[in-house]
Design a protein around this ligand. Structure first.
Ligand SMILES: *[C@@H]1O[C@H](CO)[C@@H](O)[C@H](O)[C@H]1NC(C)=O
Ligand SMILES: *[C@@H]1O[C@H](CO)[C@@H](O)[C@H](O)[C@H]1NC(C)=O
Length: 367
């Protein structure tokens, strides 16, 4: 088990590069802000002293530049597909030196691989941008934009923006379940831990609202027990880990419920729940229906299911990334990310609550 713990430590690390050159945003383009972990990090960790990074090959092998960017993907990430749909330039990592002047008006990505809802999640990754710090950077961002366009325009930009937040998976895999008898698992039974996470997450979302966010897409956790890393460590027979699946099935409905309560409290549909657990489960349980040859074996990795350790230049690498649901032991492939974003945009009530992103964009364009 000690070996498996070490593997987990070296694994989860949550998912654009900066291609910005001389882009000048349209006056009417909607800003986009991103918060969270490796599933949405587009390169902030490249600027930090952390082991949670995706800045070496073969990461980025299918990105337009064919180079690693810091995204935990072979190509585009979930936020990238959303930016494309908004018709805007891909958001830059907040720590990028390129994020200056007019480019600030496109928005920013504050996400950092390895972080969780709790401050003690991801401590093994050392220097990462925890949630409270991402929110402090959002305040700093607003001061910088105010210096550029004034307070009133800044507030309009922030209130009119779309925000995405993806966090929570690491609170399980890189905290509660990181090692047997972890501090959090000795402190809390799973159902109590889930309630604690939800109550802490609620505070983070209320802070986002206080900072001006008015349309916030909130993703749940995926089917955490089914990722290649967990199959390799916990599943001799290739079945999804029952314990992590139980965690996901407790956590996700409570998250949706909490978002509904916040919306009631604010009297508006501020928070939009994206059921990424179901979206991912669709192709995890039925990969062929989505054109994948497998959802168990990662494209890049080593050991059983290519699920052990990190994706590095020395790892096994599949020739066609589009045929794999998982790019590395924890993170979906570019094509899988595109499928998830299609559901965020167009999914029915099983996937999106209270409505899908297309509906939101249509509503907001009328006001
Ligand atoms: C996380 O750490 C920051 C900085 O020390 C602190 O302000 C915040 O309250 C902490 N959050 C929790 C949930 O403990
Ligand atoms: C979601 O979006 C599509 C537009 O692409 C719309 O036709 C559909 O009715 C929406 N579904 C729900 C349940 O709101």
């Amino acid at each position: 088990m000690a070996g498996s713990a070490t593997m987990t430590i070296s694994t989860l690390i949550g998912l654009v590069v900066a291609m910005a050159t001389t882009f000048v945003p349209q006056a009417e383009a909607r800003a986009f802000f991103v918060f969270g972990d490796s599933l949405v990090d587009n390169g902030n960790n490249n600027y930090l002293a952390t082991t949670a990074r995706a800045d070496s090959p073969p990461y980025g092998i299918d990105y337009p530049t064919r180079r690693p960017t810091g995204r935990f993907s072979n190509g585009l990430s979930i936020p990238d597909f959303i930016s494309q749909h908004l018709g805007s330039e891909l958001t830059l990592p907040y720590l990028s030196p390129e994020l200056t002047g007019q480019r600030l008006l496109v928005g920013a990505n504050f996400a950092s691989a390895g972080i969780g809802i709790l401050n003690d999640t991801g401590i093994q990754f050392l220097n990462i941008i925890r949630m409270y710090k991402q929110l402090e950077y959002f305040e700093q961002y607003q001061r910088r934009v105010t210096a550029l366009v004034g307070a009133q325009q800044t507030q309009q930009l922030v209130n009119g923006a779309l925000t995405l937040i993806t966090v929570g998976g690491n609170d399980f895999v890189n905290n509660y379940y990181l090692v047997p008898f972890s501090a959090r698992s000795r402190q809390f039974r799973l159902p109590d831990y889930v309630r604690y996470l939800i109550s802490e997450y609620r505070k983070i979302l209320m802070r986002l609202y206080d900072l001006g966010a008015r349309r916030v897409l909130v993703t749940g956790t995926g089917p955490m027990g089914c990722v290649p890393a967990e199959l390799a460590q916990r599943s001799p027979n290739g079945q999804c880990s029952a314990e992590l699946q139980r965690a996901a099935s407790l956590y996700n409905p409570q998250l949706t419920q909490m978002l509904g309560q916040l919306n009631d409290q604010y009297g508006a549909d501020i928070f939009i729940a994206a059921n990424t657990r179901q979206m991912t489960a669709d192709f995890v349980y039925n990969p062929q229906a989505y054109g994948f040859v497998t959802s168990k074996i990662a494209c890049c990795g080593q050991g059983p299911y290519n699920g052990l350790g990190l994706c590095t230049p020395a790892s096994n690498l599949c020739p066609n990334r589009d045929l794999y649901a998982f790019w590395d032991p924890f993170h979906p492939s570019e094509r899988a990310n595109g499928i998830v974003v299609q559901q965020i945009l167009n999914g029915d009530a099983t996937y999106m609550h209270p409505m899908n992103l297309s509906t939101i964009l249509a509503l907001d364009s009328r006001t």
